[in-house]
Design a protein around this ligand. Structure first.
Ligand SMILES: O=P(O)(O)O[C@@H]1C[C@H](O)[C@@H](CO)O1
Ligand SMILES: Nc1nc2[nH]cnc2c(=O)[nH]1
Length: 317
């Protein structure tokens, strides 16, 4: 993460605290709302204080430019736990440096967050997945990270974590167990999945060849966020639950040939009897998010009810 941002975390944190009542000056859990998932914030306790701060007012924050990402930091209680909601996130493809994209995660760490629930809309790569499925992320493949786009590049911020943090345990197994307990209690087994999320920079969706590469690498879903936030969170010692809402199927079979139509040659055997695959668009992504909004709110509330005890605290000051 660029050293350029280092002196500003404390300014941002002090400013946010100045807008909050005492009960919200330290928050324990953060929820990042993915595309079209801003309704998750409606799960907060209605009878308690709630502070809504537009990102554009927060010193040193970026602003959200993507449809389905309103761009507010909301501090409130959920199941009586002081919680921060990022209602909208920043994406690298919006033109933000990765240090700025993940800046809020470090601010959240300084506000006291020990547990991050990060959500996203993602395309399904796994043959068995259908739009509307909800996947607990057990691992990620950061294609952009492997290509040199890692939010921790630059001088290491020792106050947050070590130079070389492990990522082999990035998605907390106890939190995943909690996710599946919540799924079971709510009877959502038929739509619940557990899989590997692939992070690509976007904003273009995958070609079929790219999607096939991700399938062969073991990816179950693909999206344009989450992994940088998780890397920054894990570096800061925050435990993570990642949830992908599968909003579309990603076409990955070879592009149908047309040469045989003109030349009268045989149809390539691999292309015989192929069902047509649908092209994805962001409107469809938002439609499926809207369709599952209420269930996901219920799921998040249930997860809060069942959360395991917090990990031992580690100072970032
Ligand atoms: O912020 P998330 O990851 O939920 O948004 C996904 C990825 C792109 O931003 C967008 C594409 O439709 O949805
Ligand atoms: N990269 C990518 N991101 C998505 N977000 C929602 N659907 C998709 C998808 O198919 N591909």
């Amino acid at each position: 993460m660029s050293r350029h941002y280092a002196p500003k975390y404390d300014e941002t944190v002090a400013w946010i605290r100045s807008k909050c009542p005492p009960s919200l000056q330290h928050v324990h859990i953060a929820v990042i709302c993915g595309s079209g998932l801003s309704g998750l914030v409606d799960s907060v306790d209605k009878d308690r204080e709630k502070v809504v701060i537009p990102y554009k007012d927060i010193p040193h924050f970026a602003t959200s430019t993507v449809q389905g990402h309103p761009g507010n930091l909301v501090l409130a209680h959920l199941n009586s736990i002081p919680t921060a909601f990022m209602v909208g996130r920043f994406h690298f493809y919006e033109g933000h440096d990765l240090a700025l994209t993940t800046y809020p995660v470090r601010v959240l760490a300084l506000l006291g967050v020990h547990t991050l629930i990060v959500t996203n809309a993602a395309g399904g790569l796994n043959e068995a997945y259908v739009p509307g499925d909800v996947m607990a992320i057990k691992d990620h493949i950061s294609v952009a990270g492997l290509g040199g786009r890692n939010p921790l590049i630059g001088a290491n911020e020792e106050r947050f974590g070590p130079r070389f943090p492990a990522m082999s345990d990035a998605y907390d197994p106890d939190l995943r167990r909690t996710f599946f307990r919540a799924v079971k209690e709510l009877g959502m087994q038929s739509i619940a999945r557990e899989g590997t999320y692939c992070y690509v920079a976007g904003p273009s969706y995958e070609t079929r060849g790219e999607a096939r590469l991700l399938v062969q690498a073991g990816g179950d879903a693909v999206g344009m966020s989450t992994a940088p936030e998780v890397v920054a969170a894990r570096h800061a010692g925050i435990r993570v639950l990642g949830i992908s809402l599968i909003t579309n199927r990603v076409p990955y079979r070879p592009v149908p040939s047309v040469s045989h139509e003109i030349l009268g040659t045989p149809v390539p055997p691999a292309e015989k009897n192929q069902a047509p695959e649908q092209v994805v668009n962001h409107e469809e992504v938002l439609e499926v998010s809207a369709m599952r909004a209420k269930e996901l709110q219920g799921l998040v509330r249930k997860i809060f009810e069942l959360l395991p005890p917090p990990p031992p605290t580690r100072s970032t000051h």
